[in-house]
Design a binder for this molecule. Structure first.
Ligand code: NAI
Ligand code: 15L
Length: 269
């Protein structure tokens, strides 16, 4: 596949979308932006709901690839998740298929496997083929998205890299995040690798920096050409002093998904 140049970025108004729209142009991409909400300072951004199939078809027309970030990014009622994340992601893949877009980078989440206990006492890192164990309806929708990606590859030849993102914020804000943090700069490196690697079919990768306290196996991400440069360890002393070490006897601290397993943050809209 020739290196993609024009890339549709869905969810461009969100936290990760804003970080990526600032970082990805340096890799040579021309970004077409889409979100439910208008984006200040971006008059050309497409304001559209993932429910609007006609708008999606127009939005994907002529792009080389799609980075799909749009959707509900926290827990919500099943009805809301169904509309935005499940039907919405299906609508986007249909538009991609109809318009001949060959590559999608899908923002999956650690919460697709959130009920996986993290490795302790030298246990091996969590592989990408660990059984899916969603911790919320939100995580379930990411699990669906990964299966949808597999279907569109097997049946229609649309390639996807599903990135099970850990926590992509400028800094980690909890002891758990020390293990799953992805610096924004590493996020951009990983998305670039996912857009440019040859013949990915449907590849699942974990999305994080090369953290000292890493819980999962980054080898499938590295196989795409991803070379993380950051490590959350610089934040460890302060966070552990404030919050203490993780307590595996506390249900909110025993699994990959952290407090999503028992008290997930709720989507506010
Ligand atoms: P966010 O909530 O800040 O941004 C999501 C964006 O999607 C919002 O701007 C929202 O308006 C838009 N959106 C929601 N429903 C939509 C719809 N029906 N049609 C069109 N646009 C819609 O979330 P954030 O943090 O930027 O995450 C981006 C993506 O990455 C999400 O899919 C999230 O699940 C995923 N992710 C993010 C992680 C992180 O650390 N930021 C971790 C794991 C996954
Ligand atoms: C996610 O999937 C969320 O979208 C993000 O807001 C964070 O909560 C992240 O996971 C996390 O697990 O820290």
């Amino acid at each position: 596949m020739p290196a993609p140049r024009t890339v549709l970025l869905t969810g461009a108004a969100g936290g990760l979308g804003t970080l990526m729209r600032n970082l990805l142009p340096a890799f040579g991409y021309h970004l077409r932006l889409l979100d439910l909400r208008p984006i200040e300072g971006e008059p050309d951004a497409i304001t559209a709901d993932l429910a609007d199939r006609a708008a999606l078809r127009e939005a994907v027309r002529g792009v080389d690839a799609i980075i799909h970030l749009a959707g509900i990014s926290l827990e919500a009622s099943f009805d809301k998740i169904l509309k935005s994340n499940i039907e919405g992601t299906h609508n986007l893949y249909e538009a991609a298929r109809e318009e001949g877009v060959r590559r999608v980078v899908f923002a999956s989440s650690n919460h697709a496997v959130g009920f996986t206990p993290y490795p302790r006492d030298g246990a091996p890192l969590i592989p990408v083929d660990t059984p899916r164990r969603p911790d919320t309806f939100y995580g379930l929708s990411k699990s669906f998205g990964e299966d949808l990606a597999q279907l569109y590859w097997d049946k229609h030849g649309v390639e996807t890299v599903s990135v099970r993102i850990g926590s992509c914020f400028p800094q980690p804000s909890s002891v758990r995040m020390l293990s799953v943090w992805m610096s924004p700069a590493d996020g951009a490196r990983l998305f670039h690798a996912a857009l440019t690697a040859e013949e990915v079919g449907h590849t699942v990768v974990y999305g994080s920096s090369a953290n000292t306290r890493l819980w999962w196996d980054l080898s499938t991400a590295r196989a795409l050409g991803y070379e993380p440069r950051d490590d959350s360890e610089q934040f460890a002393e302060k966070l552990i002093a404030e919050q203490g070490e993780l307590d595996p006897e506390n249900v909110a601290q025993a699994y990959l998904g952290g407090h999503f397993v028992n008290d997930p943050p709720i989507w506010p809209y």
